[in-house]
Design a binder for this molecule. Structure first.
Ligand SMILES: *Cc1c(COP(=O)(O)O)cnc(C)c1O
Length: 404
């Protein structure tokens, strides 16, 4: 049968402690042992069903981790208190002083800043490349390269990474490929395309209610064990443990992710086409004119669409600000960073989430001041949203008033 991330999650069967339909929430930081020797043993190696201390592992986080592994089709997974924790723990587990990372120049602002400012403090060298150019990636490889890092669909310009192509380069040189799949859960399954580690900010689509910050790392049993190792593991020792209460609530939201992704994609696709029809400069991987449209089609799972993120360019920062304020007043959504919420969210990446990237570099990437990144919501009546959006575009002087 064809791989289906949504069905894989649906197939999970967890019983609560008293037969509840949801797994019980284990609300404890520490765990008892009947035998003292057993405690000693758990310090040495993980024993299934045996818990020591919540920062190491706790049963509630296990449930969510198991569901994440099912979704990403990896052997195992672990969850963290934020997406940034998932990313930084992964990279610090894989790299140390003297090692090199090849990273896409177009990544989430926080990731970019970590790679640029923090990784070098640990002696890790980072080379930023245009991830759509396989030749440039291969050229950047040296004997010290340990990791290639990219996003399936990048923030904020929605470039699509050729995960199969990058993975074959990585495998040839015995390098690990780490992919951030935050923008395209369900839609793209990086591990099926050759990624070694898949990281997520659960804060976005997976949780979907903008009420918590959380992350996940999906990979082999071996790598997940390394992360929680008492002596050398980054999630164990840097300590970004997710709270059990949150973990339980994210798991419940994960069960409706596939339905939400379909609706986000349906709405974004409709808006992208209609706005393009008005002459607006729209970037959306589902549009024929998107440079990696065909590539995306070859990589995506069936039935979840091209995602809920689109970017428009209205020319100047002033116009972008005016439009966003009008859109919020028209209740199209909120002027806010982040994504994957049930209401539409929009922000201007150049001056917010990607402002950490120096101006000259932003220009090189095509990350101009007039961009608005839109995370399209779950609107049931998207025609009405489009109508109100058109009105805002006219009132901001971006569209001629006589156009309808
Ligand atoms: C938000 C985001 C992150 C960081 O996640 P947090 O949960 O905010 O720590 C990383 N990568 C991408 C693509 C994101 O959108």
């Amino acid at each position: 049968m064809k791989f289906n991330p949504a069905q894989n999650i649906q197939n999970l069967q967890f019983f609560g402690e008293f037969g509840g339909v949801n797994p019980s929430i284990e609300d404890s930081s520490t765990y008892t042992f009947l035998k003292a020797e057993k405690m000693e043993e758990v310090f040495e190696k993980e024993i299934e069903g045996c818990y020591l201390y919540s920062r190491h592992w706790n049963p509630t986080n296990r449930y969510l981790s198991e569901a994440m592994a099912k979704m990403e089709n990896t052997e195992a997974a672990t969850v963290t208190a934020s997406g940034m924790a998932a990313i930084t723990c992964t990279l610090l587990q894989l790299c140390g002083a003297g090692d090199e990372i090849i990273a896409s120049r177009m990544v989430y602002g926080g990731t970019y800043t970590f790679l640029k400012n923090v990784a070098p403090r640990f002696g890790i060298r980072v080379k930023f490349v245009d991830i759509t150019r396989l030749d440039k990636i291969e050229k950047a490889i040296t004997a010290h390269t340990k990791v290639i890092y990219c996003e399936s669909v990048s923030n904020p310009l929605l470039e699509v990474s050729d995960i199969r192509g990058i993975s074959s380069i990585a495998k040839k040189h015995h390098i690990k490929l780490v992919v951030d799949n935050t923008f395209t859960p369900m839609i793209i399954s990086p591990a099926n395309l050759g990624a070694d580690v898949v990281v997520h900010s659960l804060t976005k689509y997976i949780n979907g209610t903008s009420d918590t910050v959380a992350g996940a790392i999906c990979a082999s049993h071996e790598f997940i064990h390394q992360l929680s190792d008492v002596h050398h593991g980054m999630t164990m020792l840097l300590g970004p443990v997710m709270d059990s209460m949150r973990s339980a609530s994210v798991l419940k939201n994960l069960h409706s992710l596939h339905i939400r992704m379909k609706q986000h994609s349906r709405n974004a696709s409709l808006l992208a086409e209609r706005l393009t029809g008005l002459g607006i400069d729209v970037r959306y991987p589902g549009l024929n004119k998107h440079p990696q449209h065909e590539l995306m089609k070859q990589m995506m799972n069936d039935g979840f669409g091209f995602g809920g993120m689109l970017v428009i360019n209205v020319g100047t920062k002033k116009k972008a600000y005016t439009l966003m304020e009008k859109m919020q007043r028209a209740n199209i959504g909120y002027l806010a960073v982040s994504l994957g919420f049930y209401k539409t969210l929009f922000s201007s990446p150049g001056s917010s989430t990607s402002s950490e990237i120096p101006e000259e570099e932003r220009e090189l990437m095509g990350l101009s001041d007039g961009l608005i990144r839109v995370s399209v919501g779950l609107d049931e009546q998207i025609d009405s949203t489009f109508y109100r959006w058109t009105k805002c575009l006219k009132e901001s002087g971006i569209l001629e008033a006589e156009l309808t």
